[in-house]
Design a protein around this ligand. Structure first.
Ligand SMILES: Cc1ncc(COP(=O)(O)O)c(C=O)c1O
Length: 404
């Protein structure tokens, strides 16, 4: 049909969070004090030296295109930081700097997946993983995990998900939305399963610097570094958004074997070209400068995590696992089903989220969006005081609601 939109759009889910954000914005416009537990970004400012580096870069030569896959200084900084904190050493030629990790993942989807391919994704998953797979005509194969197993996929369930059509696997550790992270032995067991296949493995390590209670995150690449065949099929995703509170700067990257890195260079060369030059310079400063602010932020998140999880657990019937990392608490909110909202009984996580927004002015994200109906994701990227007040508002709203 002339003027029609591409049929690939038919398979993509509209975002529930957009509807929620719109309603939260409406409420704020009426003067309501909305608790922002829905956001996926740190409330901190980036380290001061990042902003100084950006200002300094402005006086230099940042108004021109850079190399498509990033300025050499940034690629070197990424390799050095990867060595220091992830325990393995990639080459600059493997790095593709993209416009955020989300863009890096989308480039990978374009480079790797096509019609007929399956991509294994454990649930709960970050919303964009399956949607990107669908956008390029491939099929997500979701492996359900549950709270009892810490939202972690077992090697047995993982092995069962492979078919001759499996093209890739996407793992995220620590995870958005659950905050769960694989221990070294758990990850090794999954990698042993994967190594026996001929698929690609994409590991999103964007939250690996935000871990708590002494948890030691281990990079899949450091485990696989001595295995040449595995390293030819492994991609690591990382970025500055979460670690340095730089979400708006849009700098993320993939570290891939050279054959794939060349393909990503070509895809990016025909689509976006380089990530914004000034943001690349700011990212160099973040990665090479003193790292104290990262630790300050991590410690603050650790305290907030306790406040949020304990607060949620203090709501009768609500269950919430203590997460190892990221900045999300993922709570089983099915105990709220049956409360009256808009003349009807709450019957889904979406109803719970809209009830919390309307009656407690708490914005949070319903778990269905992450493949986990019944759950709600509460971000604790906000102050302890706001967390406590938000929990109190939730309790008041529940106390004021009839059970149908
Ligand atoms: C698991 C995960 N990966 C990637 C991203 C995207 O990060 P970026 O801001 O670098 O695009 C996010 C952001 O929410 C995320 O939660």
């Amino acid at each position: 049909m002339p003027h029609s939109l591409a049929s690939r759009l038919d398979v993509v889910q509209p975002s529930v969070t957009l509807a929620m954000n719109a309603r939260a914005a409406e409420l704020r416009a009426t003067g309501a004090d909305v608790f922002a537990f829905g956001v996926g970004e740190p409330d901190f400012e980036p380290p001061a030296l990042v902003l100084e580096a950006a200002k300094k870069a402005l006086d230099g030569s940042v108004s021109k295109y850079t190399a498509v896959t990033g300025i050499p200084a940034l690629k070197q900084a990424i390799c050095a930081r990867t060595t220091a904190v992830r325990g393995w050493t990639p080459k600059p030629s493997q790095v593709t700097v993209a416009i955020g990790a989300k863009h890096a993942l989308f480039n990978l989807a374009l480079a790797l997946y096509e019609k007929g391919d399956e991509v294994i994704i454990p649930a709960p998953y970050w919303v964009s993983y399956p949607e990107q797979v669908k956008l390029v005509g491939a099929e997500p194969v979701v492996v359900q995990t549950d709270e009892a197993s810490g939202f972690k996929m077992s090697p047995e369930a993982f092995a069962k998900a492979f078919t001759p059509r499996t093209k890739a696997v996407v793992l995220c550790t620590p995870s958005n939305p659950t905050g769960s992270a694989y221990t070294e032995s758990e990850l090794r067991a999954l990698l042993d399963v994967w190594k026996k296949t001929d698929s690609w493995l994409i590991v999103d390590e964007i939250y690996a610097d935000l871990v708590y209670d002494g948890f030691k995150p281990v990079s899949a690449a450091s485990i696989l570094a001595g295995d040449a065949d595995a390293m030819e099929r492994l991609v690591i995703i990382d970025g500055v958004s979460k670690t340095y509170a730089m979400t708006g700067w849009r700098i993320g990257w993939s570290i891939a074997p050279n054959r794939l890195a060349k393909a990503l260079d070509m895809i990016q060369g025909q689509s976006t070209t380089n990530a914004t030059a000034i943001a690349q310079h700011a990212a160099v400063a973040a990665l090479t400068g003193p790292q104290e602010t990262v630790e300050t932020m991590r410690l603050a998140f650790e305290k907030r995590r306790t406040a949020m999880v304990e607060g949620l657990r203090s709501i009768p019937g609500v269950k919430c696992r203590m997460p190892e990392g990221a900045f999300y608490a993922f709570a089983d909110c099915r105990a709220l089903y049956g409360l009256e909202y808009n003349g009807k009984a709450i019957a889904s996580d979406e109803d719970v989220a809209f009830f919390l927004l309307e009656k407690a002015h708490v914005a949070a994200v319903p778990g269905g969006a992450f493949g986990a109906p019944g759950y709600v994701r509460f971000s604790y990227a906000t102050s302890e005081e706001r967390i406590r007040d938000g929990i109190a508002a939730i309790k008041r709203a529940i106390d004021g609601a009839k059970r149908l």
